[in-house]
Design a protein around this ligand. Structure first.
Ligand SMILES: Nc1ncnc2c1ncn2[C@@H]1O[C@H](COP(=O)(O)OP(=O)(O)O)[C@@H](O)[C@H]1O
Ligand SMILES: [Mg+2]
Length: 619
């Protein structure tokens, strides 16, 4: 019997699939396909509540563009009308031009300011909504989902992916609206100024369009690769830091460094590819733009000399044309942010489209009133079959009846299916066949709050949340008073060590309870369970981190917690078995022995064998 040195690496950790390698993030693409239309639907549902505000901000942008685009027109008027008028000593038109230009500038500045403020508010609200949805949804998804979709991926969804949507909303959309508006407005203005010159501008749209299309195709692929590469870097980072203890214990640092270099290198390469695509696009579009401007100047100058075009109109046309091409680089930027946001939104939509594999009942049933004054309720496994998604059947056909108030100890070799049994009883998973009943009610039909209150599981890990010791105990019953919390801690035997902490019950247990030992964490977890006062208590190797001198205290603590409850105690230490009313020996998902703790000990069965080995190890 080997007691684990830390409580972090568990059997479940080792069963995890290996990190997706450099080949990509197959889980995002293959296991979690985004249903068709989900991305668009998500975007619509995010924007729908703010339709009016989106329309308002768009209007501000329209007005601002109108103010900006009047400029060259005023220049044309100045050259062709105001300057000749000045020669005739009429200053009026020139003053009007100057004042008009100033007003346009002021108006465009004010409108731009209003637009930035208004759109920032809309964007903030959209992103707040999205981040909240990701968190709520991920939290509501079942345990089996989280076993496959690592926390690194979730972090990547709610940081980088939300961030790329933010970029699209705060910069990209403004670019797009500005570009489209100025294309329409400027083309119309050019055509109105001079049909021929306008035609030159419109003709240049054809190569530009082809360029944009090519860029979209190529950049789309590159951006998806890049977003996958970023996610892989984050996943590796989070996984390594989460498992820092086994990393140290097994000297994994060098191997991790090598893995990380590969992932980081892939990220860098995809980033470089994205920049290269961007550079090609910018160079191409500038070439088209400058060719068009040069052509217009040549042809326009020729027409000015032969008298069919006024100089002012040519000047205005060249100014407009320059302005027309100005935002083309920014169109590239928009396409960039659009591509990465589309890739990100697709992944987020895929996540949000996941449905819990352990759904809440549509017509929840309540538990019948308790039969006695004690909290225990009867548990029945009725022909339960179960297998994890990734493996074969763990419980082939499992039948077990535990009367209310009975303490059942379950022993058996590693991998026998003991923890699986516990997780089915806590409804972390639903059986693939048969039923698990609590006082005759199928767990699948039981209202979720009743299930959570009724069945509590304490595991080896004894996870502590950030917050104080008192808050951690009170998780079992948030409305509990300080007296009740201390009472629970005393009953468990945790009060003494808590009193020696710097701030007693108000000591902060940051960093996964780093300040208190694994054994002390388990005592806190016991106090939490006692305070929760469940009908059914499951202890899955919950005493494995407590050392021998603690054992006596632990036995007392267990006896206190178990009193009157129905309990399933998965025993890592055979000493805990002695407080049970009944002992089950489990092998390969089946019960191979079922008796009282005294009789199998004396017998010749598997448990007797295990028990003798344990006795010998103590001697
Ligand atoms: N999350 C999981 N995904 C896939 N297989 C699992 C998972 N957890 C356990 N298993 C498999 O189920 C079997 C029973 O595991 P478990 O119930 O944890 O055994 P025990 O608690 O008795 O050691 C083992 O073969 C194990 O590999
Ligand atoms: Mg186990």
């Amino acid at each position: 019997m080997t007691a684990p040195t830390t409580s972090v690496p568990t059997a479940e950790d080792e069963a995890d699939p290996p990190l997706p390698g450099v080949a990509g993030d197959p889980f995002d693409r293959d296991v979690l396909p985004t249903p068709p239309g989900a991305t668009g639907a998500l975007l619509r549902s995010l924007l729908k509540p703010m339709r009016a505000r989106v329309a308002g901000t768009t209007l501000l942008l329209l007005l601002q563009q109108a103010a900006v685009q009047t400029g060259p027109l005023l220049v044309a008027y100045a050259i062709d009308t105001a300057v000749p008028a000045l020669r005739g000593h009429d200053r009026g038109p020139l003053v009007a031009v100057a004042v008009g230009y100033l007003l346009c500038a002021l108006a465009s500045g004010a409108l731009q300011w209003a637009f930035i403020v208004a759109s920032a508010r809309v964007n903030q609200d959209v992103l707040l909504d999205l981040r909240g949805r990701i968190f709520r949804h991920a939290q509501a998804l079942s345990v089996d989902f989280h076993e496959r979709y690592t926390s690194g991926r979730l972090i990547s969804r709610s940081t980088t992916d939300v961030e790329s949507l933010r970029e699209l909303l705060t910069e990209g959309l403004e670019e797009l609206v500005t570009v489209v508006l100025s294309f329409i407005a400027i083309s119309a203005m050019l055509l109105w100024l001079d049909l021929g010159l306008g035609a030159v501008a419109v003709a240049s749209f054809v190569p530009l369009y082809l360029l944009v299309r090519l860029y979209r195709q190529r950049a789309g692929r590159v951006f998806r690769e890049r977003s996958t590469a970023i996610a892989a870097v984050i996943v590796k980072f989070v996984e390594t830091m989460n498992g820092i203890r086994p990393v140290r214990a097994f000297r994994r640092e060098a191997a991790n460094d090598a893995d990380f270099r590969v992932l980081n290198g892939r990220h860098e390469r995809t980033n470089g590819d994205a920049l290269l695509e961007m550079a090609r696009y910018v160079v191409g579009s500038r070439l088209v733009a400058n060719t068009a401007v040069a052509g217009m100047v040549l042809w326009g100058a020729w027409r000015v000399t032969d008298g069919s075009l006024e100089l002012g109109v040519l000047a205005a046309a060249v100014l407009y044309l320059r302005r027309l091409y100005d935002p083309i680089d920014r169109l590239g930027m928009f396409l960039n942010s659009y591509q990465s946001a589309a890739a990100s939104l697709e992944k987020i939509a895929g996540l949000l489209a996941q449905v819990p594999s352990v759904p809440e009942p549509s017509e929840p049933r309540r538990l019948p009133p308790l039969a006695s004054s004690l909290p225990g309720r009867a548990v029945v496994f009725d022909g339960v079959r179960f297998g994890y998604r990734t493996g074969g059947e763990v419980l082939p056909r499992f039948d077990l009846t535990v009367p209310a108030g009975q303490t059942v100890a379950v022993v058996g070799s590693t991998g026998a299916g003991k923890s699986t049994l516990a997780k089915l009883l806590a409804r972390f998973y639903d059986p693939t066949g048969g039923r698990v009943l609590l006082d005759g009610v199928d767990l699948r039909e039981l209202a979720v709050p009743e299930l959570r209150r009724g069945v509590v599981m304490v595991t080896q890990e004894a996870f502590l949340f950030s917050g104080t010791v008192a808050e951690n105990i009170a998780i079992g019953r948030p409305e509990a008073t300080r007296e009740e919390i201390e009472h629970a801690a005393k009953a468990i035997g945790a009060h003494d060590f808590i009193s020696t902490l710097p701030d007693g019950y108000d000591t902060d247990v940051r960093k996964r309870g780093g300040r208190i030992s694994a054994g002390q964490r388990q005592l806190v977890a016991f106090a939490r369970a006692l305070l929760a006062d469940p009908s059914v208590l499951i202890l899955d190797e919950a005493t494995s981190s407590l050392d021998i001198p603690g054992e006596q205290a632990v036995q007392r603590a267990m006896a206190t917690v178990l009193r009157g409850r129905t309990a399933v105690v998965i025993a890592h230490r055979l000493s805990t078995v002695e407080i049970a009313d009944r002992v089950l020996v489990m092998e390969h998902g089946r019960i191979v022995e079922d008796g009282s703790p005294s009789d199998p000990i004396a017998g010749t069965g598997r448990f007797a064998h295990l028990h003798r080995a344990w006795r010998d190890s103590l001697a």
